[in-house]
Design a protein around this ligand. Structure first.
Ligand code: GLN
Length: 430
């Protein structure tokens, strides 16, 4: 059974090579599947024989974890990230390593050194980023589910554009040990799946306290809850920045929550204009610092010599801001703005169970279309808030516009991941 499914996936991957979803395939997976089938004890494991794809910035021992960059094109992971170890222990099989934006810097899946990923649901469009390959692999049914990482939306954005489910847990719920940092105060690993039930299952497996990542906390097992009576917040300002066609879909989604017995509450968030400047400033500075180890001595090439434009932009500006004379002027201000934004989202969430909104405010552009950095960044305006405040946030398919998927974002207070996952499950079933 497992062997057959693995073979089916391998065949489909071969047929869908043009998507450029995978950077490396596990050559031994059929052997591993055979071994697993013979292992009687393994049958009880929660992910027995499930086929998983991993984003190319999460260490899987023996695989090339290139972060889709030339800098690390020959970097073989010497160990398993905590999440990978947990997946393996739960009986999952790893089918391969997925494409992404270079060092997770991007919102379109186009900045990979190994070429862009295509969107399986709308092939002339970008799949979104930065976890482009993971979302495309799930959307094209090339695996059971995938892992992505999310610093400012990189799980939710491509999941939304590819019409699949994506979930970014609260900051600290899932260990980042073995994840190549983009901005460590914002990064979280999370699942990309075909169903919300699978997102719940996978989150329960990968989460937990880890002595290798001291920002982690232990949380009780997440269970599906009844969402009847939930107070569902709808934020005016999130709607205002969104394309009208997308809003029509989101309004229908809000009606679904009414039908499910939820109370809809209109909310106002004062600081949406701060979202992108605050996020990108912090991102540049933390990324600059994270990349200092890629100096050409220990790992691969010197990053500045071989990276793409977007990575170079962040390193260059990050370095300028990090210099003493600028730090007070920009970085400290960004941290203050982050605090203000965080307090404001906590204020509006106070008496609310979940906030629903579009995941991405506009439809994905055509592959190859040139966007200014600001236009590229504007994809992220609704996703970065969850990272800046450490909130759990998921995306769930909410219909399509001429075949292009639209996602609904659901957020909650920190560590109320269970509410987000339960609302995603209820919405999906409705
Ligand atoms: N698009 C955002 C950025 O470029 C988010 C990336 C991410 O979450 N990894 O920084």
């Amino acid at each position: 059974m497992i062997v057959e499914r693995v073979e089916e996936y391998l065949e489909r991957i071969e047929k869908n090579k043009d998507l450029n979803a995978f950077l490396e395939i596990n050559e031994n997976i059929v052997e591993e599947a055979k071994k697993l089938e013979k292992d009687e004890k393994a049958k009880k494991k929660p992910l027995y024989g499930k086929v998983v794809a991993i984003k190319a910035n999460i260490n899987v021992e023996g695989y090339t974890i290139s972060c889709a960059s030339k800098t690390l094109e020959n970097y073989i992971a010497p160990y398993d990230a905590t999440v990978v170890k947990k997946l393996k222990d739960a009986g999952a099989l790893i089918i391969g390593i997925t494409n992404m934006d270079e060092f997770a810097c991007g919102s379109s899946g186009e900045t990979s050194y190994f070429g862009p990923t295509k969107n399986p649901k709308a092939k002339d469009r970008i799949p979104g980023g930065s976890s482009s390959g993971s979302a495309a692999a799930v959307a094209a049914d090339l695996c059971d589910f995938a892992l992505g990482s999310d610093t400012g939306g990189s799980i939710r954005n491509p999941s939304s554009h590819c019409g699949v489910v994506g979930f970014k847990p609260s900051y600290g719920v899932v260990s980042r040990y073995g994840l190549a940092d983009l901005a460590m105060s914002l990064d979280q690993i999370g699942p990309i799946t075909k169903t919300a039930e699978d997102a719940l299952l996978l989150t329960n497996i990968i989460k937990g306290l880890d002595d290798k990542d001291n920002t982690t906390v232990e949380t009780p097992e997440y269970k599906k809850k009844d969402i009847k009576g939930f107070k569902v917040g709808v934020v005016k300002e999130f709607m205002k920045v969104t394309d009208e066609k997308i809003m029509n879909k989101i309004e229908k989604a809000i009606d679904v929550f009414k039908d499910l017995g939820c109370e809809i509450v209109e909310l106002s968030y004062k600081y949406i204009d701060l979202a992108l400047p605050t996020y990108y400033l912090i991102n540049y500075v933390e990324f600059f610092s994270a990349t200092r180890k890629y100096d050409g001595r220990r790992y691969g090439y010197r990053i500045e010599e071989v990276c793409g434009d977007e990575v170079l932009r962040r390193i260059t500006i990050g370095s300028i801001i990090s210099q003493k004379e600028y730090s007070g002027k920009y970085y400290k201000k960004a941290l203050k703005a982050r605090n203000i934004m965080r307090n404001e989202i906590f204020r509006i969430l106070k008496d609310i169970d979940i906030i629903v909104s579009p995941t991405v405010p506009k439809l994905p552009h055509k592959l190859g279309e040139k966007l200014s950095p600001m236009d590229m960044y504007s994809y992220d305006v609704l996703t970065v808030i969850a990272n800046l405040a450490g909130l759990p946030a998921g995306t769930i398919p909410a219909g399509d516009i001429n075949g292009i998927p639209v996602g609904l974002q659901i957020m909650a207070k920190p560590f109320e991941d269970e509410k987000v996952l339960s609302a995603m499950i209820a919405f999906e079933k409705s």
